[in-house]
Design a protein around this ligand. Sequence first.
Ligand SMILES: [Zn+2]
Length: 141
Amino acid sequence: MLYCNHVDQRSRRGSKFAHPRRYTCVLNPFLDYRASKCPSCLRQTFERKFALFIHIEGTGPIILGKTCKYCARCEMIFVNQPDVAAELGLVTGRPVEELDWMVLGTVDKRYWKARLGQGPATADTPAILVPFKDTRRVACG
Ligand SMILES: [Zn+2]
């Protein structure tokens, strides 16, 4: 039985954003759980590419293009933590186990595409961040 815990990110977030909140982020720490069904509405999820806005302690914010399982009905994005951690290790050149990171929201894909080919996309300002409405974590119970 899988359920989702709420994750309180409020202390990590500022209070003012340029964009209204959108999407619920569901962090998935399990390599073998692929979120083929939405735990909320039980419908089948599908894959969609998102430009994720991720804050890394000691590095700052980066934008990572990532294909995630997605439930359009619930607007839930399932973020596989081991996958993302491995990619952040490559991007930062730092050992994965030393990385302290948090997905704060998404970025308009047009912005992200405009930055491709310029090395790791660094988000210089939170003005582009579309913060998540809610963040949950997949848990076994
Ligand atoms: Zn759903």
